[in-house]
Design a protein around this ligand. Sequence first.
Ligand code: SF4
Length: 64
Amino acid sequence: MTENGWYCGRCRYWHRPDKKKGEIGQCRRHPPQVVAEDLGDIETEWPETYSDDWCGDFEATADR
Ligand code: SF4
C-alpha cells in the first residue's frame, strides 16, 4: 500500500476475475494488449498487477 493511498486494490480500473489468484488482478484502464504465444499464436491479455501496485492513472472507487 502506498503512502498516498493509491493502489490497484482500490482503483476503479482493477478487476479480479479469479479470487483464487489472491492479490493478483487485471488493470482494465486500457484495452487488452496483444501478446505472442508459443507456436506463433496471438492472444490478447490485460496487464496483471498486484493489489498493492499503482500507477499515475489511479482513480479511486467508492466500493473498495
Ligand atoms: S495500474 Fe493504475 S490504472 Fe491500473 S488498476 Fe492499477 S492504479 Fe489503476
